[in-house]
Design a protein around this ligand. Structure first.
Ligand code: NAD
Length: 504
């Protein structure tokens, strides 16, 4: 279905979005200007931002080009010395002020996220708070970026390791968490003493540009935090080729991550990558069924399924398989599909049509290979970006959904018999971001926490992210860690210093 055919169904949604945007307290949040060297650049050329629920244009933003990026890199480089020389406590104060302004303007920012990204407004509000937490976390981590003293292997010598900021950093960020993926990177970089240039996804520039306004209002100096929107290839090529850009942090698909890694080789940048996931969700037959179903609902349907932590393969032990499918289908039937600004909505539109189409391809493939498709079809009349929550019962490892990340509200449930078998199937993937295990056996939980090949494991919980945890993946799910005490290291160099000849 096209946006045009869905128009009569969605005209009231267009009106809701328009009204909320017109009633923003901060109308300047939709000005669409890029922040370069402390100045707001409207751009000679403009790109449009559309509401993914209705296909309606909601704003225009500057389309920055390679020349703009050159100005931004030079400004970042110029700002570096003064920024790194500020005391960490002062940098922390600025980060905390920025976070506090984000909380103050939470509702406006949440409306922007929902209108450009599609997620339910409650989830958008959560994201603004979550995004602010990274700034607060790194405000403190900057003050604790300790070096070390090493017991000497040389006579009359003192061995020191100190950490120093790496230099200008770049952040290329995705559309599924358009605010938090920027602050998770910018908080760490700024706390380390590095300026950072953010290039948000073209689908979701408004919230990124709005938080840039708040950074400037908080007192972050010109050049230290800049946001440029525009053609991803042109802007990232400028960043990759420039030797002044010493670090690159990317969140997005594995495919683009590989290109950026390759492109960083020429100037040997320090690269951190948070890429695709394909999380296995293991349910053993000793577990409380209700808890497992609640966990699967949370792990599958947060961010309307467009989450790198989303459960993509739900393996359920055969003895409880039918009961699980029945309870899961009942819980899924309660999910309400709609515009994210409607308060009852649980599942919004997919941000990109390509993501919705991938969901449909996974459903068709599973259906053709014998899965039972359980779906209430409530989203279909709303427009092409909507995907109704769909359960694929009797799914097998031969189906596309068992091999590729879906990134939408489609749940494949696969039976298994033994622990060894399910661990082998869970690990038979080049992705290794997150996994979930539901079991009542402590021994089994400990065994699986060791044998599952991925960066993050939730045992009997679907909720484990936040600033204190080292977020990142194994295998082709990424490199490096974000958040936690490790996140700041992506923006720092270690320097070993040997003081010799100290004998009197
Ligand atoms: P993507 O990787 O294409 O986009 C992410 C970012 O990369 C955006 O800022 C985009 O503008 C930029 N980008 C795209 N092509 C580029 C290029 N050639 N050079 C430089 N930058 C480029 O992601 P997508 O296509 O929008 O989504 C596809 C899949 O990516 C999803 O289905 C999902 O599997 C994965 N994804 C993962 C995450 C995550 O949180 N890890 C986030 C978004 C998407």
């Amino acid at each position: 279905m096209s946006f045009q055919t869905a128009r009569h169904e969605t005209s009231h949604l267009v009106a809701i979005a328009r009204e909320r945007l017109q009633n923003l307290r901060r109308r300047d949040f939709v000005a669409g200007a890029a922040l370069i060297d402390g100045r707001w650049i409207a751009g000679e050329q403009r790109d449009v931002v559309v509401d993914p629920a209705t296909g309606e244009e909601v704003a225009e933003v500057a389309r920055c080009n390679a020349a703009d990026m050159e100005v931004a890199i030079a400004a970042a480089e110029r700002s570096f010395d003064a920024w790194r020389e500020l005391l960490p406590a002062r940098r922390g104060e600025l980060l905390r002020s920025w976070a506090s302004l984000m909380r103050h303007h939470l509702e406006d920012l949440a409306v922007l996220v929902t209108v450009e990204q599609g997620k339910p407004i409650a989830e958008a509000r959560y994201e603004i708070g979550y995004g602010a937490e990274f700034l607060e976390w790194f405000a403190a981590e900057g003050e604790r970026a300790y070096g070390e003293t090493i017991p000497s292997h040389k006579p009359a010598s003192l061995l020191h390791v100190r950490k120093q900021p790496i230099g200008v950093a770049a952040a290329i960020t995705p559309w599924n968490f358009p605010v938090a993926m920027i602050t998770r990177k910018a908080g760490a970089a700024l706390a380390a003493g590095c300026p950072i240039i953010a290039k948000p996804a073209p689908e979701t520039p408004l919230s990124a540009l709005a938080i840039a306004r708040l950074a400037a209002e908080a007192g972050v100096p010109p050049g230290v935090f800049q946001v440029l929107v525009g053609d991803p290839v042109a802007l990232s090529t400028s960043l990759l080729r420039d030797a002044r850009v010493r670090a690159l942090s990317f969140t997005g698909s594995t495919q683009v991550g590989r290109l950026l890694l390759e492109g960083s080789a020429e100037t040997v940048k320090k690269v951190s990558l948070e890429l695709g996931g394909h999380a296995p969700f293991l349910v053993f037959d000793d577990v409380d069924l209700k808890k497992a179903v609640n966990g699967a609902m949370a792990a599958k349907f947060a961010t309307s399924g467009q989450d790198c932590l989303a459960a993509n393969r739900i393996y359920v032990q055969r003895r409880i398989y039918d009961a699980f499918v029945e309870a899961f289908a009942t819980a899924m039937a309660r999910l309400k599909v709609g515009h994210g600004l409607e308060p009852a909505t649980d599942i919004g539109p997919m941000t990109k049509l390509s993501v919705a189409n991938k969901c449909r391809a996974h459903i068709d493939d599973a259906s053709a290979k014998g899965a039972r498709v359980i779906c209430a079809h409530q989203g279909d009349r709303l427009g092409p970006n909507f995907v109704s929550p769909t359960l694929l019962s009797g799914a097998t490892d031969a189906m596309l959904i068992a091999r590729e990340e879906t990134f939408g509200p489609v749940a494949a449930v696969l039976p298994f018999d033994s622990e060894d078998e399910v661990v082998a199937r869970a690990n038979a993937s080049e992705m290794g971001l997150a996994a979930y295990v539901y079991t009542d056996s402590l021994r089994r939980a400990l065994r699986l926490s060791e044998s599952i090949e991925c960066g993050m494991v939730g045992i009997n919980t679907a909720s484990f992210t936040g600033p204190p945890i080292p977020f990142g993946g194994w295998k082709q799910s990424g490199l490096g860690r974000e958040g936690s005490r490790h996140g700041i290291d992506e923006y720092m160099e270690h320097k070993y210093v040997c003081f010799g000849d100290l004998a009197a």
